[in-house]
Structure formats: structure tokens, C-alpha cells
Design a protein around this ligand. Structure first.
Ligand code: 6R9
Length: 658
């Protein structure tokens, strides 16, 4: 994030007026059921954060040793639940075993080829204990780091919880990353062990993970051993004696009990690398107690989680969303979490909906990028399935265009499911701004209000609060238990990235505005803001205007150098279906944006494309499009790009990946 540029106020021109109150039936049964209760929680948290969170921590976490003080120190170096000892795997497993949940499904898993597994809490506990014994045998314990580079299979969750159980810190690397990315993260974390698989399935092809690990090991001097899960029966796995071990061999005969190692509240549960636009990836470090509390409470509040729910978050566990909302949050609540290995369009574009129907999924949590893909693929896919089990829908990852929100509401939610648009980050550990689905009237495109205990605001460059509908910088003004503690081995970068711009506040890097009702509208990364003739416009608003046109599936908007305006507006547009763009559409879209937002936002260029470049977690990479729009060479890191061929197609030529 560049701190040198000026990020003045951002203008907002797009106003959404559709409102949706929670259905009465939903409101009646909600975990947080009244506005008064929400207000009381917010007031208490603002006046006495230590008291507010301390009570919740005593009520909801199982402590090996109770903490002496709930909170110590101010932002940025706040410590939570000081003196306490706890183990994250106990929160997710052991404490459910003494209740009727012992034989409840903890994880319902489906592989891409259609294989299925259900792990009850008892069975998951047994597997985690067995693997904890394996870790101990391999010499891994408190103070060690372990790299997990695995497909979306139950062994990934087992490995995470076993690391937590023995007190080791896990660092999960998304299975789509290259050998070099693995080596870079191994080295930064000084990891000792890698857990991987022979491979995983993606759209019917095999992704060879162990092969990539082998390549990474030449450059990863700290790695001593590798554990390999057999997932795809790949016949040519190279196993190096005394270094590489099969998971199933190691697990054989291990005892199904392992006494969890209590760790200090602030002990690093995990590191998760997140890439900035420049420089090496940042190792976001999360604590044990504070993180677990955040993951647990936000799951309870935002997803209104219930015992009998089948809850499905479609993210990959390699991202923070999977950490908090496939594994730690749902399991800490004793919920049933569904885990799916593969792609949404394999063997066909109805795969997700057939899973919803088969398992009677109640809560479904996905990303705007996926929703835009569903729209592009057509309503016929969801319409072929019975989706009536759904009671709540969620979205995360990017601002959601109101058009996509409405489609989600109508076609997937049958107009009866509240939608929770959850704004948060790898760094925040859990949801920060999100509707409480039982009380909050929602508006398409707004992530509504701060959750209890979150003090958020929109401020100008000097840190002054802005008035209604004035766009500015999104900040958090009070520490929260699940915030990142540091960047691994780089506390200076931590201070510089999040706390130097506005002293005493956490700067998220996003632009936002608050409307007259106090609802937040996230306008995208401040680094992406357009500056047209001195007007600072949000990319999200221009994109939403484009997407509101019937023919448009997705749009990515960037600025490019313009002699008169400073910056011109260049729009990359993909259309619904496969038809080529009619000649008149370019002009029509320009007029459409003009009528939706105003003359200032009239696009200078519309470029039709088959796809826009995205990160592997589905976020549009406007940085690369800026280079293309300006006719520049691509500079900076492209290793997080999901599909490199998209960039090549946009450029109309060859380019070396890297
Ligand atoms: C959880 C996750 C964080 C960035 C964040 C923002 C964008 C996420 C959003 C959203 C608008 C939402 N973002 N959720 N923007 N509305 N509901 O995505 O973490 O990968 O670290 O990304 O994603 O720009 O700053 P992470």
C-alpha cells in the first residue's frame, strides 16, 4: 500500500434505495434478536472493552488456566486474556464430547469426484489425537511452525487441529500456489515440517502437490520432514527415505488420545500469508484465545448458527475465510460444517446447487466473484435444484454489486433468506462489519454496521470523522480480540502498514462511506480509487453501474493517464452468455453509466473481454488492468493471479509468468 500518495475524500454518486427487513420468522429465532440488545452490547463494548470481551471469553471459551486481565495496552500492541492458558483444539473438539454432540457430524465432506465422508466430533477428535501423536513423534511441538499445502480434504482440518493441539503454529499455503511460493513461505516462517498430499482434484484434473513440494525443498533449508496424504493415487510420487512419510503409515497404530498442550492466550495459532501489491507476502500472525473468541462469536452472531444447521462456506481453507468459517468458527460452536473439494462448475455448472439440495444446506457463504459467475452461467442451473432448505446467505471478499446481490436474493434465496454481506480481512481474523440477520434491514451493496465490540469509522486524511455519505478511509478505532498481532518477523512492517497513516487507528486500506442511517458502504481499496478531473471516484460504483446493465456479467474499472482529465476511465467488461458484443453496446454502456452515476463517471473506454484477471481468492486485480490500460509492461508480482492466460489474452500476446 503506498502511503506517499494523497488519499483525499472519495465522492459517492451511486445511491441504492431498496431495503429488506429481516423476515419475521427469522427475526423471532435469531441469536441476537433485538435492536436494544445490539445497542446495549455496542455501548458496553465502547465504554468497557475489557469487561465486554472478558465476560464473553469466560462464558464461551474453555480455559486450562483462567486469564488475569482481559485486555492490556492500546492499539497497536494490545494483549488479550493475559495470563490465560488455552488450547484451540479443545475449543473445537473435546468440550463437545461430553455432550450429545459427541456423535453429531462435525465435518460433512464431499470430494470433487463425488466421494463422501462424514466425521463426527468423536471421530474428528480421534483422528486429531492420532495425528498429534504423529507430530510429536516427528519432533514437532510448541514453538515450531508447520507448513500445510493440501487440497480441501478432511486431513487438512485434522492437520490444523493437531498442530493446535501440540502447540505448533500452522502456516497454510493455498494449493494453487507454485513451488517458489511454498519455498518463500517455508523460509519466512522457518517451518520444520510440510504436510501435503500426492495431489488434489480441480475441474477433473490432478494438481500435483507433492511434486511442487519436492521442487520447493531445494530452496527450503529449514524443512526436515514431509508428510504425504494419498488422495489421488498418483503413481509416481517420489518418497525420499527418512524425509518423506505417508500419512496412513504414520497414523497406523497411533493412540486415539492425546492430551492437549495448553498455550498462552497470545501464542500464535497460525500465520497466514497475504500478498500485498508489492514486496514479499505478509505473514499475518493470529493469537490463540483472541482469534478463537472472534471466530466463534462472529459465527454465532452473523451466521446465526443453530445446532441443526448444515452450514457451508465455499471458500478454500487456504484463505482466512476457510480458517475462520470452515474450521475454527463452526467447530468451536459445535456446528456441522460442510467442506467441498472442487470447482463450482465440475462436472457441470449446477454442482453447488446439487450439493445444497443433497445435504439440505441451511446457510451458504460464498464470494461476489462466484455469484457473478453463477449469473453468467444462467438461472437454469440453480432452478434445476430444490434450494428450499436455505435460510441464510452470506458473501465476502469484495464489495458486492447491487445487481449481484438482488440475483442472490431472488434466485438463490427465493426472497426469504437474509443476506449477510461481511466486510473483514485476513488481518481482522473475523467479521467486522456485517448485518445481524435477525435485526438488520439490509440494502444491496452495504455491509451495514459494525458487529458488537467493533468500533469502526470513516475518516479523512487527518483522522477526522466524516459526515454521512462522505467517502473516506475505513478505520477501526478500538482494539478487538481477533486482530492480527504482528506480521511474522516484521513488526516494523506491521506498524507501518496498518498504524502509521493514522496514529492510534487501524487503517484497513479500504475506502468507504457511511450513510445517514449509519450503514457502511465499502468502496474498494483506496489504491484503486479513480481520480477524474480532480474527482475521486470509487471503482466499485462505476462497476456496479455497468453490472446493472442486462448484458453485463462482470466489470473491472481502472484509470489510465489522460491528457485533460488526469485520469480517464477504462472499463473491462465481460458479457453474459457467450455472444460477441454488438457494435452498439459500447455506446450504450457509456450512456448507461452516465445515466446511473452522472457525466463525471462516463467511461472513456469500454473493452470487451472474456474474463478479467483475478487473484486466486477471486478478487479483481485492477493493478494489472491499470498497466494494460496505460499500455505499460506489467510490473510487480503476478504469482497470485488465478489464470495467467487471462492476462495474456488481454494483452493479445505472450508474456513470461513471474
Ligand atoms: C475476508 C477477506 C480483504 C479485503 C478487504 C476488502 C475486501 C472483503 C468485503 C470486501 C467489500 C466486503 N473485502 N470483504 N470489500 N465488502 N464484504 O476477503 O480477506 O483476502 O484479506 O481481503 O477484501 O478490500 O480489505 P482478505
Amino acid at each position: 500500500m503506498s502511503t506517499s500518495e494523497s488519499h483525499g475524500n472519495i465522492e459517492s454518486h451511486l445511491h441504492e434505495t431498496r431495503h429488506f427487513a429481516p423476515p419475521e420468522e427469522f427475526a423471532r429465532q435469531a441469536n441476537i434478536g433485538s435492536e436494544e440488545q445490539y445497542q446495549a452490547m455496542c455501548t458496553r463494548a465502547a465504554e468497557d472493552p475489557a469487561g465486554f470481551w472478558g465476560e464473553i471469553a469466560l462464558d464461551n471459551l474453555t480455559w486450562s488456566k483462567p486469564f488475569d486481565s482481559a485486555m492490556q495496552g492500546d492499539m497497536p500492541d494490545t494483549k488479550w486474556f493475559v495470563g490465560g492458558e488455552i488450547n484451540a483444539s479443545v475449543q473445537c473438539l473435546d468440550r463437545h464430547l461430553t455432550t450429545w454432540r459427541k456423535n453429531k457430524a462435525a465435518i460433512i465432506w464431499e470430494g470433487e469426484p463425488g466421494d463422501k465422508r462424514v466425521l463426527t466430533y468423536q471421530e474428528l477428535h480421534r483422528q486429531v489425537c492420532k495425528f498429534s501423536n504423529v507430530l510429536k513423534q516427528l519432533g514437532v511441538g510448541k514453538g515450531d511452525r508447520v507448513t500445510l499445502y493440501m487440497p480441501m480434504i478432511p486431513e487438512l482440518a485434522i492437520a490444523m487441529l493437531a498442530c493446535a493441539r501440540v502447540g505448533a503454529t500452522h502456516s497454510i499455503i493455498f494449493g494453487g500456489f507454485s513451488a517458489d511460493a511454498v519455498a518463500e513461505r517455508n523460509n519466512d516462517a522457518q517451518a520444520k515440517l510440510v504436510i501435503t498430499a500426492d495431489g488434489g482434484w480441480r475441474r477433473g484434473s490432478e494438481i500435483l502437490l507433492k511434486k511442487a513440494v519436492d521442487e520447493s525443498l531445494d530452496k527450503s533449508p529449514t524443512i526436515e520432514k514431509v508428510v504425504v496424504v494419498k488422495r489421488i493415487n498418483y503413481p509416481h510420487v517420489k518418497m525420499v527415505p527418512d524425509r518423506d512419510y505417508w500419512w496412513h503409515d504414520l497414523m497406523e497404530g497411533q493412540p486415539g488420545e492425546f492430551e492437549a498442550e495448553p498455550v498462552d492466550s497470545e501464542h500464535p495459532l497460525f500465520i497466514l500469508y497475504t500478498s500485498g501489491s508489492t514486496g514479499k507476502p505478509k505473514g499475518v500472525q493470529h493469537s490463540t484465545a483472541g482469534y478463537m473468541l472472534g471466530a466463534m462469536m462472529t459465527t454465532k452472531w452473523t451466521f446465526d448458527i443453530k445446532e441443526e444447521d448444515t452450514y457451508w462456506c465455499t471458500a478454500d481453507i487456504g484463505w482466512i475465510t476457510g480458517h475462520s468459517y470452515i474450521v475454527y468458527g463452526p467447530l468451536a460452536n459445535g456446528a456441522t460444517t460442510l467442506m467441498y473439494e472442487g470447482a463450482p462448475n465440475w462436472p457441470d455448472e449446477g454442482r453447488f446447487w446439487s450439493i445444497v439440495e443433497a445435504y439440505k444446506v441451511n446457510t451458504f457463504y460464498t464470494a461476489p466473484t462466484a455469484i457473478r459467475a453463477f449469473i453468467k452461467w444462467g438461472d437454469q442451473w440453480p432452478k434445476q435444484h430444490d434450494l428450499s432448505s436455505l435460510r441464510l446467505l452470506g458473501t465476502v471478499g469484495e464489495p458486492i454489486n447491487p445487481q449481484a446481490w438482488m440475483w442472490y436474493h431472488e434466485v438463490i434465496g427465493d426472497e426469504k433468506c437474509p443476506i449477510v454481506d461481511t466486510w473483514w480481512q485476513t488481518e481482522t481474523g473475523g467479521h467486522m462489519l456485517a448485518p445481524l440477520p435477525g435485526i438488520q434491514t439490509t440494502t444491496p451493496g452495504s455491509c451495514t454496521r459494525p458487529l458488537p465490540g467493533v468500533v469502526a469509522d470513516v475518516v479523512d486524511e487527518q483522522g477526522n470523522s466524516l459526515g454521512p455519505n462522505e467517502g473516506g478511509l475505513l478505520v477501526i478505532k478500538q482494539p478487538w480480540p481477533h486482530m492480527l498481532r504482528t506480521l511474522w518477523n516484521d513488526h516494523d512492517r506491521f506498524l507501518d502498514t496498518y498504524f502509521s497513516k493514522l496514529p492510534g487507528m487501524y487503517f484497513a486500506g479500504d475506502g468507504a462511506r457511511k450513510d445517514e442511517d449509519g450503514n457502511f458502504w465499502v468502496m474498494g481499496r483506496v489504491d484503486d480509487v479513480l481520480n477524474v478531473s480532480g474527482h475521486r471516484l470509487s471503482t466499485m460504483e462505476v462497476e456496479s453501474a455497468l453490472v446493472s446493465h442486462d448484458d453485463v456479467a462482470e466489470a473491472a474499472v481502472v484509470g489510465f493517464p489522460h491528457e485533460l482529465k488526469g485520469e480517464g476511465i477504462c472499463c473491462f467488461v465481460t458479457l453474459k452468455g457467450d455472444a460477441a458484443a454488438p457494435a452498439a453496446l459500447e455506446d450504450e454502456l457509456k450512456k448507461h453509466v452516465r445515466s446511473q452515476i452522472g457525466a463525471i463517471a462516463t467511461p472513456d473506454q469500454i473493452r470487451f473481454t472474456v474474463a478479467v484477471p483475478k487473484t486466486r481468492s477471486g478478487k479483481i486485480m485492477r493493478r494489472l488492468l491499470r498497466d494494460i490500460a496505460a499500455g505499460r509492461e506489467t510490473v510487480g508480482d503476478t504469482t497470485t493471479l488465478e489464470d495467467y492466460s487471462v492476462l495474456m489474452k488481454l494483452r493479445g500476446g505472450e508474456e513470461k509468468e513471474g
